[in-house]
Write a protein of this length. Structure first.
Length: 285
């Protein structure tokens, strides 16, 4: 059996050529909408090196040549996209959104009398956003009356979705969760030497995790949503891609439903059926 090539960090084979970087950037933007400017080359090389070491290829260029060819499997291309996806997330990230949810959106839904709410975390990463959403809604329902809710949480990266389904996080990651909510909705590990907590089954059972690529022409998410969070994703897309993605999100939002974007994101100038009601919070017309 042939031995696997030894790839060293200082080996020129761990560098990507300008020609291959351009091909890779075109593929990633076409399949995932993610921009890869030349300034990201070192970051890309670092992430591809991990894939290279688990492959039979002897250079990053050879690895990319294979994955970008017709010979590559769907799994190999998925691994490539997973590796190049940024998954920054936190519990209660951009807390003003969750304050608006608790003070304005949830009272309105309860007042309307439907008693049911569908939410979508459209770039769920490791699940912290979806579980934050579940905590806020469950806590409001506990105080204000029955509210049946379900949350769909999707991401293009299958690796982070595995973490999200487990719902297990280091205690340090859980620090932004208010103490009262943490005591109610997070279980400490029985072995206290394991500095981690798990989201309680009551909330985990409310969330369905699945893979979805926002570059798809249609989003198979079922009935229209009352609330969609798609935060800190559009910043990775070109303006024309942003317009298409937000338009598709609107197609899956109930009239009167709300869309939340990241605080650094803007849809100014886009022709969309949305009205701004708070900072990066929009209502479907």
């Amino acid at each position: 059996m042939a031995s696997r090539p030894i790839v060293r960090d200082d080996d020129s084979r761990t560098r990507i050529s300008p020609r291959m970087f351009a091909r890779l950037a075109e593929f990633v933007e076409g399949h995932a909408g993610i921009k890869l400017p030349a300034s990201k080359q070192a970051l890309v090389e670092g992430r591809l090196l991990r894939l290279l070491r688990s492959s039979s290829m002897d250079s990053i260029d050879a690895y990319c040549e294979h994955v970008l060819s017709a010979r590559a499997s769907a799994g190999q291309r998925r691994d490539l996209i997973n590796a190049l996806t940024t998954n920054k997330t936190d519990f209660f990230r951009e807390p003003a959104h969750f304050e608006y949810l608790a003070s304005r959106i949830l009272p309105e839904i309860v007042h309307d009398g439907s008693g049911r709410m569908r939410c979508w975390s459209a770039a769920a990463s490791t699940g912290m956003e979806a579980y934050t959403l579940a905590m806020v809604i469950a806590d409001y329902a506990r105080r204000a009356g029955p509210l049946d809710f379900e949350i769909l949480a999707t991401d293009i990266d299958t690796n982070v979705l595995k973490e999200a389904r487990r719902g297990v996080y280091p205690l340090a990651s859980l620090e932004p969760v208010p103490t009262q909510l943490r005591s109610r909705y997070v279980q400490r590990a029985r072995d206290l030497r394991r500095l981690e907590g798990r989201i309680v089954p009551e909330l985990r059972n409310r969330i369905a995790f699945g893979r979805l690529n926002l570059m798809e022409p249609r989003y198979p998410v079922g009935d229209p949503m009352d609330l969609i969070l798609c935060r800190n994703v559009l910043i990775y897309f070109e303006k024309h891609v942003q317009a298409k993605v937000v338009a598709r999100l609107c197609d899956n939002l109930k009239p009167g439903g709300h869309l939340m974007l990241g605080h650094s994101e803007s849809i100014t100038g886009l022709d969309l059926p949305l009205k701004s009601v708070a900072n990066t919070v929009f209502r479907r017309l």
